[in-house]
Design a protein. Structure first.
Length: 366
C-alpha cells in the first residue's frame, strides 16, 4: 500500500473541508440550522481524518506510552464513526421531538461505552504488545451504528427533498452512494483508508449542491424561482400537453408599507405554501416575481386544474379565518392550443385570464 498517497488525500480532505466551512459560515442564504450542523459534521470529519493519520503514525512507533496513545486514538476514532451521519440528520430534521431525539442518541452512547471497554478487552479493536492494530470480534458494531444513522439520513433526505426535481434528487443520491461504496470497500479491505476521504469529498459536493439550489430556489418560499422558471419554460417550449396557471398576490405593497416587510414575507410564504399544497402532484410551482407565482402543469385535464384552484380557494379561506392580514390571490390559466406557436403564448393567455380575475376581485371589494 502506498502510504504517502493516503496521507496526501488526507491533507487535501482537511484543506477542502476548511475552505467549505469558511464559505458555509459566510453564506447567510442557506438555512442557519442546516449551516450549523453542516459545519459541525465537517469539524468531526476533520478530527476523524487526523485521528486516522495519527493511528497510522503511532503504529510505526514503539514504547509503552505509544501503545497507550495508540489505544486512546482508536477509542476516539471508533467512538466518532457514527457521529457524522448522526449530526447530518439534524441538518434535515428539525429535532423538535424530544423523545425521538433521546432514542436517536441512545446508539451513540452504546457505541461510546463499547469503544471505551475495547481499550481494555479488545472487543472492537486490539492493540497488541508489539503496538500492532487488529480488529476485535465487535469491530462491526460502530460500523453498523454508523450505517443505521446513514440509512435514516437517506430516508429523511428522501422525505424532505420530495419537491426537488428528478435530476437534483439523482445528484444528491449519487453523493450518498459514494460514501456507501467506500464504507463497503473498507469493511472488506482493512488496509484501504478511503472512507473519510470519501466523506470529505461528499461533504464538499453537498455544499456545491446546496449552493446550486440557491440559484434555482426562492429563499423565502422554498419553491423554484424565476431563474428555474425560465429554464423549465425552454424545456416545454413546444410541448402541446402543457398548461400554465398564473397567480398574483393582492395588496402586497400595501401590506409591506403598513405592516412591514417581515409581515409581507410571511404572507408571500403562506401564499406559496397554499399554492404548492393545492397543486401537489398536479404541477410545479414557481415564484416568478415579488407578488407573482406560476404553476406549470403537464398532461393534466381542465377539471384537475379547477379542482386544485377550488382547493386553493378553500385553503385561503382557512388561513384568513385566523389571520389579521387577509391573503388574496388572483389566478388564471391557459392550455396549449393549435393556434399557439409555443409555451410563451400559453403564458401570455394565462396572464390575461389572471388579470381578468383580478379585476373581478377588485369589483367585489368595491
Amino acid at each position: 500500500m502506498n502510504l504517502n498517497f493516503f496521507q496526501g488525500s488526507d491533507i487535501i480532505s482537511i484543506i477542502s473541508l476548511c475552505y467549505v466551512m469558511i464559505l458555509a459560515k459566510q453564506n447567510t442564504v442557506i438555512c442557519e440550522n442546516k449551516n450549523k450542523f453542516y459545519i459541525i459534521s465537517c469539524i468531526l470529519t476533520i478530527l476523524i481524518v487526523i485521528l486516522e493519520v495519527l493511528d497510522r503514525y503511532t503504529e510505526s512507533l514503539n514504547g509503552t506510552y505509544i501503545i497507550y496513545m495508540h489505544i486512546l486514538i482508536n477509542i476516539l476514532g471508533f467512538s466518532l464513526i457514527p457521529t457524522v451521519p448522526f449530526i447530518l440528520i439534524f441538518s434535515y430534521y428539525n429535532g423538535d421531538n424530544k423523545l425521538y431525539n433521546s432514542i436517536l442518541v441512545f446508539p451513540l452512547i452504546i457505541n461510546f461505552v463499547i469503544c471505551i471497554v475495547s481499550g481494555f478487552n479488545g472487543c472492537v479493536f486490539l492493540i497488541g504488545m508489539n503496538n500492532q492494530y487488529s480488529r476485535g470480534p465487535l469491530f462491526i458494531v460502530p460500523v453498523i451504528i454508523g450505517m443505521l444513522y446513514f440509512i435514516l439520513l437517506i430516508l429523511i433526505i428522501k422525505k424532505e427533498t420530495i419537491d426537488y426535481g428528478k435530476d437534483e434528487r439523482i445528484l444528491l443520491y449519487s453523493i450518498l452512494l459514494i460514501v456507501a461504496c467506500s464504507c463497503v470497500a473498507q469493511i472488506f479491505l482493512k488496509n484501504l483508508y478511503i472512507v473519510w476521504s470519501s466523506v470529505s469529498f461528499a461533504l464538499v459536493l453537498n455544499y456545491i449542491f446546496l449552493r446550486d439550489l440557491q440559484i434555482k430556489y426562492d429563499p423565502i418560499t422554498g419553491i423554484k424561482n424565476r431563474f428555474a422558471y425560465e429554464i423549465d419554460l425552454k424545456k416545454y417550449k413546444n410541448n402541446e400537453n402543457v398548461a400554465v396557471v398564473m397567480f398574483d398576490l393582492n395588496n402586497l405593497k400595501l401590506i409591506n408599507d403598513k405592516k412591514g416587510h417581515c409581515k409581507g414575507d410571511k404572507v408571500i410564504n403562506a401564499s406559496a405554501r397554499i399554492i404548492k399544497d393545492s397543486f401537489k402532484g398536479v404541477g410545479v410551482p414557481y415564484r416568478i416575481g415579488g407578488d407573482e407565482f406560476c404553476v406549470i402543469c403537464i398532461n393534466v385535464s381542465k377539471n384537475l386544474i379547477d379542482e386544485s384552484l377550488s382547493q386553493l380557494t378553500n385553503g385561503l379561506e382557512e388561513v384568513n379565518k385566523s389571520s389579521d392580514i387577509k391573503i388574496g390571490l388572483a389566478f388564471g390559466y391557459s392550455f396549449f392550443k393549435d393556434s399557439y406557436e409555443n409555451i410563451y403564448d400559453v403564458v401570455e393567455n394565462a396572464d390575461i385570464a389572471m388579470y381578468k380575475h383580478k379585476a373581478i376581485l377588485k369589483k367585489e371589494v368595491i
